[in-house]
Ligand binder design. Structure first.
Ligand code: FES
Length: 206
């Protein structure tokens, strides 16, 4: 009797241990799976890698000063956003400028429909360009001041590519007699608000 009770108690103790071990193993397994899942899930976050693959990027331009430029990275390439000053706009309106450009109407150049106009922009004040020279892919420099010492008295302001000397105006349109064949590209973009531009998503224009 006593031994039966003792046996029963031992079984109870062993059963309790087994239950404890089973629970402990299960908890450890779940914790291990969770720890393994963290880096796995992290790899799926829309991060720099996703951005490099083409996720849209947003840029706050609310504090961008008139006449200055900010660069954003989208799909591994620089995007130039320029807030054109009234003086810059005046340069673009010069009727003599079109004669100096290879493709003034952007017929052979790459841009969304809503940027195929004289300012190559959704809003004339803001120019958005892919900052990659259409000759061999160097990075053009912003040379916004007219009559730049290096670029000559008739320089109206624009972009200059130091690799082989291509020149573009303040709408990214290529000048004649330089190696670049077409205007700088305009990426798809839209204004999320007046102060935020999103690159990589087309504007909805009627
Ligand atoms: S890469 Fe710009 S001029 Fe050649």
């Amino acid at each position: 009797m006593t031994s039966e009770v003792g046996k029963s108690n031992e079984e109870g103790v062993d059963g309790g241990r087994r239950h404890f071990l089973l629970v402990a193993t299960t908890v450890t397994g779940i914790a291990g799976a969770a720890l393994t899942a963290v880096p796995f899930l992290a790899s799926w976050k829309p991060s720099a890698r996703a951005q490099a693959l083409g996720a849209p990027v947003e840029q706050d331009i609310s504090k961008l000063e008139s006449g200055s430029m900010v660069k954003v990275n989208w799909r591994g390439q620089a995007i130039f956003i320029v807030r054109r000053s009234p003086e810059m706009m005046k340069q673009l309106e010069d009727p003599a400028l079109a004669d100096r450009l290879r493709d003034p109407k952007s017929e052979q150049s790459e841009q969304p429909k809503y940027a195929k106009n004289d300012t190559r922009a959704l809003k004339p004040e803001y120019l958005v360009l892919v900052g990659v020279c259409t000759h061999l892919g160097c990075a053009p420099l912003g040379r916004f001041n007219p009559a730049d010492a290096e670029l000559g008295a008739d320089w109206p302001g624009g972009f200059y590519c130091p690799c082989h000397g291509s020149k573009f105006d303040l709408a990214g349109r290529v000048f004649k007699d330089v190696p670049a064949p077409t205007n700088l590209k305009v990426p798809p973009y839209r204004f999320v608000t007046d102060g935020v531009v999103q690159i990589g998503v087309d504007a909805e224009v009627a």
